[in-house]
Ligand binder design. Sequence first.
Ligand code: AN7
Length: 360
Amino acid sequence: MQTTTLSANRWPGLIERYRAFLPVTAETPVITLMEGNTPLVPAPAVERLIGRGVKVFVKTEGANPTGSFKDRGMTMAITKAVEAGSEAVICASTGNTSASMAAYAGRAGLRSYLVFPHGYVAAGKLAQALAHGSNLLPISGNFDAALAIVREISATLPITLVNSVNPFRLEGQKTAGFEVCDQLGGPPDILAIPVGNAGNISAYWKGFSEYKAKGFVDRTPQMWGFQADGAAPIVRGEPVENPQTIATAIRIGKPTSWHLATAALAESQGRIEAVTDGEILEAYKLLAREVGVVGDPASPASVAGITKFAAFIPDGSTIVCVTTGHGLKDPDTAVKTSGVGELTPVAADLDAVKRALGLN
Ligand code: AN7
């Protein structure tokens, strides 16, 4: 009988995979949950809406260990915090950063602290921070106010700030740009992405630019960023004092990486536009029902954006839409957008079940 041999090909996590591009040495104590290598899923339902031979893929960052792209930056930020001898980390968050911080800090044996806008973090994200043992505190204020406070705390106490002002965050996140090129066998024409604090769009641009500088690709994509209409400071060109959107992850009025994002948009000849909550929810349903990917309510902003601004997409383009987080973190939105009201049981009886399901 012929025998086959298995060879181990376990994904090593993104620091190991892209070590040559990252600020680590052989001595750096890598803290990883094997993040990265997320699926690039074809989205024919979105292609049909746009037509003209346009190819659309969804980069499903919700497939990361804590369910969002934040794990890419967090593996680097926590690794470098441990390397520097830090014993505690802190962040302000609309939810995903804190879920990721809590997991990686717990793994590394660091204390973690989270300050967040009361009433505006999805239930699943808070549950993660609690499960991983973070110390959390809601404030009567928005994300921007929370960030100002944790910046002050980290400036005066020996606690490392792991929001994206921490440069190691973007270093980790840029690997998503490498991955997209590796998976497609080249760069896409357009990278569409939701924008809140504007760290991720800046990090992707850094990744694409470095891959080009090192000769792995011969061109870079246009960066198309999408903000929620009620929280669109970069689109409007001024901070938004009281940002509002159903996509609480991107309910941010004063983006930290505003200037980096502006540079990425200019250098890539991209665009930054606003999509309404209604458009975001339509795209949420399309993604969940016809593509099979339920995203964090911020995630479909990328899909809403390319369909809204389809007139600017050249025929035959290849587009990657980043879905930045997993929809399971926000069950309330999933239930509400379904349009299904309260579920009441019927008798455990064949006829009753068939009647209730409309199957007779
Ligand atoms: C799902 O977790 O800011 O433009 O504190 O969770 O890099 O800020 C989250 C942001 C998009 C925006 N999609 O990314 C936080 C936080 C999801 C997010 C964004 C976030 P950036």
